[in-house]
Design a protein around this ligand. Structure first.
Ligand code: UTP
Length: 295
């Protein structure tokens, strides 16, 4: 039986250059999709899936992230005194349990593989989830979000798990790509993986989409892995090495993923997340229809 996955790593040390100037003074993970910071959506997904400890790999100018997951005494006191109990209770419900968050710094943005490696001492010797918070997800027919579907696959297959999605073949050069050896439908055994293959050389159109469950042996590998695509220490290169000794399974995520790290994806995330909210959807849908009619 596979060990229970209790901890998730959220790498949040990137510079967010694709959404400048928004990210000059505000971390891209704190930009809001509807009324919640992007990172809060990612933490919500992890909590729903039963993750108990949230490890944030931050960088300089990201202190506000730590504040967001702490109490805000003046605000909470004022909300209570003014009788805004609903707002107060909502803040309290979002607050992680005392001791359930850890923060470590990636001193320079050397790549995703390096960011994950920075969490090695906090994770220790147990399997863990990795959640790229700029990719945020909504449930599909399975009614669970992406990391919950990855954890389900981990319970079934063990090994290491990577969530994937399909993209048009002409876009594969922008992503990490996996190939399929044995296909079980919703899940499959991964044959190979490659980060940002040159155009026309990708082994499939299945992209690595920002959710992983990894065995702790990845840390020893990441310590030694050389710089890869884009001059960065790539998590994909580390996973490729680990796949020589451990099985990897892919999960075709049933649901929607929005890449808030790009301007287009950020706008689409706001539309999809607003449409998924019972309290907002009716009025928002009517407004959207009006806008479309005017186009
Ligand atoms: P991205 O490549 O999307 O983030 O990395 P970025 O570097 O901020 O993006 P752009 O291209 O400059 O706009 C995916 C995730 O990995 C984290 C990012 O914060 C993001 O959540 N990351 C990336 C790190 O934590 N450290 C790194 O060195 C690189």
């Amino acid at each position: 039986m596979s060990t229970r996955v209790r901890k998730a790593v959220f790498p949040v040390a990137g510079l967010g250059t694709r959404v400048l100037p928004a990210t000059k003074a505000i971390p891209k993970e704190m930009l809001t999709v509807v009324d919640r910071p992007v990172l809060q959506h990612a933490v919500d997904e992890a909590r729903e899936a039963g993750i108990e400890h949230f490890v944030f790999v931050t960088g300089r100018n990201k202190q506000v992230i730590e504040d967001h997951f702490d109490m805000s005494y003046e605000l909470e006191d004022t909300l209570q005194k003014r009788g805004k109990l609903k707002e107060y209770q909502a803040l309290m419900a979002d607050l992680p349990a005392a001791g359930a968050t850890s923060f470590t710094r990636q001193q320079a943005p050397l790549g995703l593989g390096h960011a994950v490696w920075c969490a090695r001492d906090i994770i220790g010797d147990e399997p863990f989830a990795v959640i790229l918070p700029d990719m945020i997800t909504l449930p599909g027919q399975r009614r669970s979000r992406c990391i919950a579907q990855c954890l389900e696959a981990y319970e079934k297959h063990g090994g290491n798990i990577i969530a994937v999605e399909e993209v048009p073949p002409e876009e594969t050069h922008m992503y990490g790509i996996v190939s399929v050896t044995r296909d079980f439908g919703h899940t499959f055994q991964i044959g190979g993986m490659v980060e940002k293959p040159p155009q026309g050389t990708a082994p499939s159109n299945l992209i690595i989409s920002g959710r992983y469950v990894l065995e702790p042996q990845i840390f020893d590998i990441l310590e030694k892995v050389e710089k890869g695509a884009g001059g960065e220490i790539q998590l994909t290169d580390g996973m490729k090495k680990l796949s020589e000794t451990q099985p990897f399974f892919g999960v075709r995520f049933d649901g929607r993923t929005c890449d808030t790290g790009s301007k287009h994806g950020f706008l689409m995330a706001n539309v999809h997340f607003a449409l998924a909210r019972d309290d907002m959807a009716p009025a928002f849908k009517a407004e959207l229809k009006k806008i479309i009619g005017e186009l």
